[in-house]
Design a binder for this molecule. Structure first.
Ligand code: ADP
Length: 586
């Protein structure tokens, strides 16, 4: 049975019993009301009978007085009482029920009415004052009216008493009914509540046991049967336990096979978990480290580890550990402090190979800058002398051509060396900026001399916005970026096209746009355009002169300013480069 069915049952059954009780109360109340109305009616009957009999009697006595004393007033009063009696008889008829005495009284009153009326109608001369038989008849009528009235009163009292007995019986029955309903209601409610509680608590116990089993890593109890909500929860719980088991198996496999050394440290700085990778890294078995203080293995790194807890921020640091045969092992350790588990979780990554590569790169760069740059500059000087110093002797035309070609090749080599050195400086963070506020116009004025010759040679017009808006940058570096971007725009655009230099502003960003009408860049190449040595093949399949380093340098220079370099392009619709630089906050 679903949970809500059980709860509904608990609410509905008492409600139905209450409703039944209410209808019983209502019926009993209606019966009481009816009895009360009947009692009133009977009282009214007795009253009206009394009044009518009295009027009849008055009418009789007045007519008797009139007969003996012959006073006109008595006759009039007798008529008056007679009229009143007629009216009361009508009232009696209106409220009459099944009472027998009512008909009897009506009969006597009608006789009185007839007798009085006939007496009134008699001829005055014919009146016999000592008409004994008439007087006797009057008296008889009066008596029977009074006795009927008395009888009616007795009857009414009797009926009232009977009714009282009925009402009391009903009231008693009603009280019994209420008590029985209340008991039934309580028994049924407690019965259902007990059943619901028993069923629910049995299911809850299973759920509790399963949670404990899950926490202890033990087998769960068999899945609950039924279609109620708690059985649903149990089903989901089993599914969850299954996923957790799979996850923890996966986690164990990852920990076991991970190349990184993963370890946990308790709040007293002792190893509480050590992954197998430590054997390969330091040549020790994981179980040898368990329980050891970290200082024995990590030496001075203890402070850095504790920092993760004291300042509540994950720590990453590099350190050297003693490995096999006392060899230094360079590692990068990431530390996370878990408040809930009261433990540090750490990952040590062997960075020996990376460090070696960095050292090699540095020595390569030193070689490029000194061993390659110096002879190339010397070559350029010598070639320049060969070409221009007459004291060396005149070169033949072929000789001049060969020297020019050699100068061009050396220049290309020099550009490449300079670009590589620039990238190295940018990557190693050796480059710092000297930021200032420069207007857009000033930046463009400084840039144009570096690209105008190239543009003129290809008959390309450069159109620029005129704006004195300030841009916060190191002008030399942004000019370097602009020369590169405009140079590319000119280089890749067909002759006779235009290049536009635009200024824009958006929220807290200044924008410089270099827009060309060149061939555009295909969708596939666009995401990699800023990568090292990336060159897009032209439709002819040929590459333009260059090394594919310029855009990477531009991007890094703009990012060094805290900005970004974006590109938008489509084949056949030109290319737009957008330099976005943060506006200086004052
Ligand atoms: P390169 O020195 O070879 O020009 P860049 O890094 O400056 O190197 O540019 C990389 C490549 O991006 C270029 O070889 C070219 O294929 C493409 N490219 C750059 N700018 C444009 C442009 N305005 N229009 C079309 N292609 C461009």
């Amino acid at each position: 049975m679903k949970l809500w069915h059980r709860l509904a049952l608990l609410a509905v059954i008492p409600l139905v019993l209450q409703c039944y009780l209410l209808t019983q109360v209502k019926t009993a109340q209606e019966e009481l009301d009816r009895a009360y109305i009947e009692e009133r009616r009977q009282k009214d009957v007795v009253i009206v009978i009394g009044k009518a009999v009295k009027a009849g009697m008055d009418s009789l006595s007045d007519i008797v007085s009139y007969k003996s004393k012959r006073t006109a007033l008595k006759k009039e009063r007798s008529i008056h009482h007679l009229e009143r009696m007629k009216k009361l008889r009508e009232d009696m008829a209106a409220i009459a029920g099944t009472e027998r005495h009512m008909q009897e009284v009506q009969a006597v009153l009608s006789e009185i009415e007839e007798t009085v009326q006939s007496t009134i109608d008699e001829d005055e001369n014919d009146v016999n004052l000592r008409d004994l038989s008439k007087t006797l008849r009057f008296t008889k009528l009066g008596r029977s009216a009074l006795s009927i009235m008395e009888h009616a009163q007795i009857q009414q009292e009797l009926k009232y008493k009977q009714m009282l007995v009925v009402v009391q019986a009903k009231r008693k029955h009603f009280d019994e009914l209420a008590l029985q309903s209340a008991i039934l209601c309580a028994v049924v409610t407690f019965g259902i509540a007990g059943y619901v509680i028993f069923l629910t608590s049995k299911q809850l116990k299973v759920l509790k046991q399963n949670s404990e089993n899950l926490a202890r890593g033990e087998k769960l109890l068999p899945q609950m049967k039924g279609a109620d909500e708690l059985a649903d929860v149990d089903r989901t719980f089993h599914l969850m336990a299954k996923s957790i088991k799979q996850l923890s198996e996966r986690e164990r496999a990852i920990l076991k096979n991970s190349g990184e050394w993963i370890f946990a440290i308790d709040s007293k700085l002792r190893f509480s978990f050590v992954s197998d990778a430590v054997q390969k890294l330091l040549g020790v078995k994981p179980e040898e480290l368990l329980g050891q203080h970290v200082a024995n293995v990590l030496g001075g790194a203890t402070d850095a580890i504790e920092k993760a807890r004291t300042i509540g921020v994950d720590q990453v640091f590099e350190t050297k550990l003693a490995g096999d045969n006392n060899q230094n092992v360079e590692v990068q350790i990431s530390v996370h402090w878990s408040d809930s588990e009261h433990a540090y979780f750490c990952v040590a990554h062997d960075i020996g190979a990376r460090k070696e590569l960095e050292r090699m790169k540095q020595s390569f760069m030193a070689m490029v800058s000194h061993d390659l740059r110096t002879p190339v500059s010397a070559n350029l000087l010598t070639l320049d002398l060969l070409k221009s110093d007459p004291s060396i002797g005149n070169l033949s035309d072929r000789g001049k051509t060969l020297v020019d070609r050699s100068i061009a090749s050396n220049n290309r080599l020099m550009f490449l060396i300079n670009d590589l050195l620039e990238l190295e400086r940018l990557d190693s963070g050796q480059l710092s900026l000297d930021l200032e506020l420069v207007t857009f116009n000033d930046l463009i004025d400084e840039t144009l001399p570096g690209v105008e010759m190239l543009a003129k040679a290809k008959d390309i017009t450069i159109e620029r916005d005129d704006s004195n808006q300030f841009i916060y940058c190191e002008s030399g570096r942004i000019v370097q970026v602009l020369v590169n971007l405009i140079g590319n725009a000119v280089k890749f655009s067909p002759a006779g096209k235009k290049v536009f230099l635009k200024y824009g502003k958006e929220d807290a960003v200044s924008k410089i746009l270099v827009v060309d009408e060149g061939p555009g860049i295909d969708k596939e190449s666009l995401p990699f355009i800023f990568d090292k040595f990336k060159q897009v093949k032209e439709s002819s399949g040929q590459h333009k002169q260059g090394f594919g380093l310029g855009l990477e340098i531009c991007k890094k220079l703009v990012e060094l300013h805290g900005g970004s370099l974006l590109v938008r392009s489509e084949l056949g619709s030109g290319t737009t480069f957008e330099i976005r630089l943060p506006i200086k906050e004052v």
